[in-house]
Design a protein around this ligand. Sequence first.
Ligand SMILES: *Cc1c(COP(=O)(O)O)cnc(C)c1O
Length: 397
Amino acid sequence: MYPDPKGYYGRYGGRFVPETLIPALQKIEKAYAEIQNDPAFSQELAYYMKNFVGRETPLYFAPSLSKMTGQARIFLKREDLNHTGSHKINNTMGQALLAKRMGKVRLIAETGAGQHGVATATAAAVLGLKCTVYMGSKDMARQSLNVFRMRVLGAEVKEVNKGSQTLKDATNEAFRDFIQSFEYSHMVIGSVVGPHPYPMIVRNFQSIIGKELRIQFQEREGRLPSHIVACVGGGSNAMGVFYPFLQDPVRLIGVEAGGIDIIDGQHCATLSEGSDGILHGAFSRLLQDSHGQILDTHSISAGLDYPGVGPEHACLREEKRVSYVHVSDKEAVDAFLKLSEMEGIIPALESAHAVAYALKIAGELDAKAALVINLSGRGDKDAEEVISYLGGENHGN
Ligand SMILES: *Cc1c(COP(=O)(O)O)cnc(C)c1O
């Protein structure tokens, strides 16, 4: 089972960081190994997952979507119902409890759209830890509501006005802070990216999604699903739902953001279009030009707008265990509207990518097919984005 002791998933992964950060990563690795065999830690995490986050999340049969597409049955794993509105809290609560175990008093996080920042600030607040979130100036302007939420939760939001003033630069600044403060701080990385052991730790905390799904699906149907579809930004909700099924005959499909078009700068379909390279501490696939400069990316969903992807996904792609596909902004918005109107569930634009692809393939499947979409988050946060995409057109009546 991956990763190997050095943090590799096949050729991908590893630990490509400044020498000064190695001791901090080794300490996290050691502390994580200890809590994995500690029933008291599992109990504490389970307590917060149930009573604070609101797990388990339902497995919901989507009758109207199923009927519309044909014979296959479509189910939704409702991560949108978690506290703070997405799967991100599964990881931030786990890492915050780990930080506490390590005697740390402060959390550091990087954030793009602010969803991971809010989930980290929330975990810090409930556990009585300090919190600093790094966020690019551009993102702070675009996501002012999340900046407000983080500040209300007691976090300090530090503006990063270097480089492209987005997630990539915020991540660099967060690492810089961590190098200077790891004696008392823990850096909470928000997806299955970064240097070892982060991709493994985040995957394991997020695997609660797939573990629950397995039990729920077995209880309901007496079998496993035929397909599981999840969107892929950095890849944490997808890894979390896929991981417990890697050894099973279940088709796993990761859906990336195809943006406006598959032209440099207009998408962020990293696994579909990228190449080998190193970003934020790991060897993986990424979107870069022929000189190794990171390309600009675009997606209507801020949470998928990242030029890299977790190393385990790079490996699963190479092994052909998971298929990676992409859908466009337009297809995602169409799916956002469809799911809202037909099932009464407004999905996050990220999750709408998974919905869009599931709708594309469901029509060609037979009655034995049972397809699960991992609904990673709710869509309230995306109202403005969708309004401006539709050109101010009010979609109500
Ligand atoms: C952040 C986010 C994503 C993308 O992150 P992954 O690590 O790829 O899961 C997807 N959906 C929602 C709702 C998000 O907030």
